[in-house]
Unconditional design. Sequence first.
Length: 225
Amino acid sequence: RDVLEDITFSLPAGSKTAIVGPTGCGKSTLIHLLLGFWSPDQGKITANSHDIKQLDMERYRSLFGVVSQDTYIFNRSLRENLLLANPSASEPELKESLISVSLKHLASHLDMEPGTQGMRFSGGERQLLAMARALLTNSNFWIFDEPTAHMDANTERKLLNNLWKNLRNRTLLLVTHRLIDMDKMDHIIVMQRGVVAEQGTHQGLLKKNQLYAKMHHQQNQVIRD
């Protein structure tokens, strides 16, 4: 069967959009399509009215800063890991990117090696490093794909606080099954089994009392329990 069906939405410049839904609903597939790693069987994805199939993919993808749930950290120096995002970044810029995402304690250790797959760092630190990389790209479009998966509540709160602090006027696409800070989003798209089940604002979706409201209630119940 088709993974996604009848998906239509836009991402205005400077907007904050969330795509939410249970695991397996097609959220991450949308990211692969948006970045041009996969091509849709039907329909098209456009950037400023241009079909992305007609664009230079390397240049197109350079417009995005991406933070995924599985940030890969190479067993090279912290400096080298950061320079992957921007090879021309200066040492002060590398340090500033770390300080901006609450990793000040690492700013004076750019030569340290993080170990295989970054295992010397906690999961939260690896995600914050991914955010530092996004800052270094100087991109105006951020994609965060399940950035707080497997995090405890305190670490999740720290990462999200850093996201809002550094977002400024960037366009944000946040893909998540965790309905945290949804009131900060301009638009929420609710996915279910590969289709858009509903969409709107946080308060508007709660008033509809459908899938989103049910998910919100269930997550709040888990937190209370």
